[in-house]
Design a protein around this ligand. Sequence first.
Ligand code: GTP
Ligand code: MG
Length: 202
Amino acid sequence: LNVIKAQYVASAVRPDQYPPEELPEIAFIGRSNVGKSSLINSLCRHHGLARVSASPGKTQTINYYVVTAKLPNERRLEWYLVDLPGYGYARAGQTQRRQWTRFVEEYFLRSPRLKLVCQLVDLRHPPQASDVAMYGWLKTHNLPVQVVATKTDKIGRTHVARHLAAIKNGLKLETGGIIAYSALNGQGRDDLLDVIGQILLK
Ligand code: GTP
Ligand code: MG
């Protein structure tokens, strides 16, 4: 997939705010600060498309970006990348956390064109309880999941395999591999675009 255009479309906290155009969707979920918004910018090679912050809790709504890619045969492919608020943000109030959980779960259950959920985990740490719970929830609801380990650039090359194994164990990953990603240097970008392309062209 050769991404040629990416653009912000809409923000939502309720289904009636979801954009009306019927495009396939690829969503990104993970703990606050894990790098969801950065990954979207890196996939689209578009700095500042999704807002990024060093402090957690930046993304507070469901944000849709429409992406256009060109295939080798000149065909064009269009879909939404959907940036979700992170979970596990300690400083958010309990009411706010409960509200995020509610509208994110509602998004997962009421998005018939959702093709893939990319669950992001930080490659540096074993998955936390909230990561395990999220993965279990997605599997229970039969949603296709691709696990992506972020911030690979912060781990020495020789340690990457060991950290990936720890994540696989911690999540009790059923099938499929984990993509090690760096929004800083683009590592894993081609692999993730391949996975997205295969799913969209199925
Ligand atoms: P919320 O919106 O709060 O849920 O966070 P998020 O998951 O969208 O994280 P965001 O993309 O805002 O990134 C959080 C911080 O991690 C920022 O300071 C980013 O610059 C940094 N970051 C994200 N991805 C990477 C990466 O691959 N490598 C490095 N070194 N830093 C990263
Ligand atoms: Mg974000």
